[in-house]
Design a protein around this ligand. Structure first.
Ligand code: FAD
Length: 345
């Protein structure tokens, strides 16, 4: 049976549940769709990150990745038809836009008697699974963490070597990094190398060093987890019961906790989670715009804030403690909407 593996936020070949399932069923066409809805509103750095991720994936697939541009509702059924696929495999997307898009693609595929099969997700435990005994979602992290650990997760998925099919790709879009911006090596192998260094050399000091933005003491894996160069399960499988490993496990769980919050309250992507906070007044107009520009360009005059904002621009990454400070500064000192800051990040 021929199938399509539609890659999205899972740009890797190892520990990939959906890809392993596709490979079991027969020849696989690996597809990535450049969706104008997401591409058009992405900044240059995000676009370059995506293109480099696709480059790395394509190289690992010996050049067999098919990249098409357009609405997934049209592109995915057309590719499935061209290759004679009976199933399109995906890793589940729990974010609001992804859920709506996948429902539309599923309907379009059904018209051609093609199934959309969701296997796994970018999380160790899918959002919505961990709940209180009365079935309601957790709103506080620590009890969520305990329940998340209790629920457990699967071991990494054994790697498979798919038999790749191919079709002609559309010309890949291009994107240029702004002057002065440098990005780290991007892709699955680079991320696994980063993890190996962190796990071997840095993790034992992580409980203390993670509070020190002046040290390179954290894993720097947020981008890799975001694009799915590595699955959190791969990392969790190598953590033991020591305090240092538990502190790192908790950080991975924060990512899952916020995905769970977004799953239960999708409007929290744009509106305050706590309704009372929506009454908070912030500034607008030319002065507020100037303050926002100064903040995003690292010109507030507060060295700690400015260093973080400049690092974000220069490297596409910011330390967690600095992220906390700049978020607080934007709202409490500059009196700006948190949504403005979130969209800049
Ligand atoms: C206001 C605010 C917003 C943030 N938004 C994001 C975000 O959109 N995406 C993101 O990946 N991180 C976010 N973070 C967390 C954090 O700033 C970055 O994940 C971290 O700087 C990445 O560095 P690292 O990989 O070296 O982190 P490490 O200290 O090595 O942590 C390991 C991993 O834990 C995860 N993690 C830890 N805390 C969070 C968190 N609060 N939310 C999500 N994941 C977390 C990340 O995937 C991170 O890579 C946010 C933090 C704050 C305070």
């Amino acid at each position: 049976m021929t199938s399509v593996m539609w890659f999205r936020r899972d740009l890797r070949l190892n520990d990939h549940a959906a890809l392993a399932r596709a490979a079991e069923t027969g020849p696989v066409l690996g597809l990535f769709v450049i969706d104008p809805h997401l591409w058009d509103k992405s900044g240059a750095v995000r676009r370059v990150c995506l293109l480099r991720s696709l480059d790395a994936l394509n190289e690992a697939m010996d050049g067999q990745l098919v990249v098409r541009e357009g609405s997934p509702t049209e592109v995915v059924p057309a590719v499935a038809k061209d290759v004679g696929a009976s199933t399109v495999f995906i890793s589940a997307d729990f974010a609001p836009y992804g859920q709506q898009r996948d429902a539309e693609v599923e309907r379009a595929l059904l018209d051609d008697q093609v199934a959309l099969e969701s296997v796994g997700s970018p999380y160790a435990v899918n959002p919505g699974v961990v709940r209180k005994s009365d079935g309601t979602p957790y709103q506080v992290f620590t009890p969520f963490y305990r329940a998340w650990c209790d629920s457990g997760w699967l071991a990494p998925v054994a790697n498979t070597t798919p038999s790749w099919l191919n079709l002609v790709s559309d010309p890949w879009p291009t994107a240029e990094l702004p002057a002065g911006v440098t990005l780290p090596a991007i892709g699955e192998q680079a991320s696994l190398d980063l993890w190996r260094t962190f796990h071997t050399d840095l993790i034992d000091e992580y409980p203390d060093h993670r509070d020190r933005p002046d040290l390179a003491g954290t894993s720097s894996l947020s981008m890799a987890l975001r694009w799915g160069h590595v699955h959190p399960r791969t990392l969790l499988a190598e953590l033991n019961d020591s305090r240092a490993h538990d502190v790192y496990r908790r950080e991975l769980c924060w990512r899952e906790f916020y995905a769970d919050v977004l799953f239960h309250v999708p409007q929290s992507a744009r509106h305050s989670l706590k309704p009372t906070m929506q009454a908070m007044r912030t500034d607008s107009g030319a002065t507020a715009d100037a303050r926002f520009a100064a903040c995003t360009e690292g010109r507030t005059g507060y060295p700690f804030v400015d260093a973080g904002m400049r690092q974000l621009v220069a490297e596409g990454w910011i330390h967690n403690r600095v992220r906390m400070v700049v978020a607080s500064f934007l709202v409490k000192d500059l009196h700006l909407d948190w949504q403005r800051g979130a969209s800049h990040f």
